[in-house]
Design a protein around this ligand. Structure first.
Ligand code: KG4
Ligand code: ZN
Length: 351
């Protein structure tokens, strides 16, 4: 039974999660960065409705996400994505708002002004429909994207790679996770976006760099590996090395595809090596990748190659790699030990 802290959202003795004994329909809202999203997921794995309003077009002209503009766009889109999720659920299985078991919202990490929009919408829905409310950590949610449409169960070793984080996480059970290592400077997605900008690619740089890299020679340039102990990572030296390489062309035409491929090779090798060490050390048979950068073609390829050594490899389909609300609903179902209160606050960084 969940620990019900307060009566405001939790008038009834509702139980959520795999042991609840009945079907759970969780509606979740995600608004931590530049995607306004709403989804309804049955029992943590089956997506009933999934709506994402992306702001990429808006931020493209500025070369990155402008927090104040992002928050305003969330305000404009939030009711639209909620209405559309309810509509999809009604159309697909006849689900009404009153049939939702609980409402969930991302609490952080993310942009505070953006998070506030989604979280307040989720709390309001919980109040209006008299259901429990669950606050969800965005990073845990990225991992839970791997539960959608699969039968994955812990334990497994996870690599979480996003715009803000790079972590190796030991997932012992649905609720027990230990961070074994993380970046000491730039996150992988951040490194991708910065290097893309150095090369002159428009925002969002990561996926564009990935595309060009697939046309290039990964052995064209030897780039340095960030030397850090254990399962930690460092990508700022690599970024500086690319800057030096770019400058070395000094007016001559730069083989852009080869630069991209060499950078991508270095990053994906380092990530795969450390993930392999971690899973070997723990003796698990399953590995998982998650986060926006898990959409990267070469990182996926190198980690799926673990299958040749007998590992089961999980990676969400592209639409659940980048920010979405289905992963938040799944996380509320699998990861949550408590319902949350009306005064639950957003946070920008991992505490
Ligand atoms: O997880 P996410 O959607 O947002 C955060 O929570 O950070 O990740 C966004 C990051 C951006 O840095 C974006 O450039 C990167 O994921 N990304 C990629 C690819 N697709 C998205 N990086 C490399 N290759 C890709 N294919
Ligand atoms: Zn994310």
């Amino acid at each position: 039974m969940k620990n019900i802290k307060n009566t405001l959202f939790s008038h009834k003795e509702v139980e959520i999660g795999p042991n609840s004994g009945y079907d759970n329909y969780i509606m979740a809202i995600e608004s931590s960065c530049d995607e306004t999203a709403c989804a309804i997921v049955k029992n943590g794995r089956e997506v009933i409705a999934n709506v994402v309003a992306s702001q990429i077009k808006t931020h493209e002209q500025f070369g990155g996400v402008i927090p104040e503009i992002a928050a305003r766009e969330h305000l404009e889109s939030i009711n639209v994505v909620i209405d559309e999720a309810f509509r999809q659920a009604k159309e697909s299985i006849g689900l009404e708002p009153k049939d939702i078991t609980a409402f969930a919202g991302t609490v952080g990490p993310g942009l505070v002004g953006c998070l506030l929009v989604g979280l307040n919408a989720a709390k309001t829905l919980a109040l209006v429909y008299d259901k429990p409310f669950i606050g969800v950590n965005h990073l845990n949610a990225h991992l839970c994207a791997n539960y959608i449409d699969t039968d994955l169960k812990p334990p497994f070793m996870a690599l979480l790679v996003s715009g803000g984080h790079t972590q190796i996480i030991d997932v012992e059970s649905y609720s027990k996770q230990t961070i074994l290592g993380e970046t000491i400077d730039d996150a992988v997605g951040e490194a991708y976006d910065k290097v893309a900008r150095l090369i002159g690619l428009p925002y969002p740089g990561g996926p564009r760099l990935d595309k060009l890299a697939q046309e290039g020679n990964p052995k064209a340039f030897q780039l340095p590996e960030g030397k850090v102990d254990g399962y930690n990572f460092s990508f700022s030296g690599l970024k500086t090395a690319v800057l030096r390489l770019v400058k070395s062309f000094d007016g001559q035409e730069m083989p852009v595809n080869d630069v991209c491929a060499s950078f991508q090779e270095r990053v994906s090798r380092t990530l795969a090596k450390k993930l392999k060490n971690a899973v070997e050390e723990k003796g698990y048979s399953q590995v998982v990748i998650a986060g926006g950068v898990a959409a990267n073609s070469e990182i996926r390829k190198k980690i799926f190659d673990f299958q040749n050594d007998g590992y089961s490899v999980f990676a969400p389909p592209m639409k659940y790699c980048t920010d979405n609300a289905a992963m938040v609903a799944s996380c509320a179902y699998f990861n949550t030990n408590t319902f949350d209160d009306v005064d639950t606050e957003v946070f920008s960084r991992v505490k």
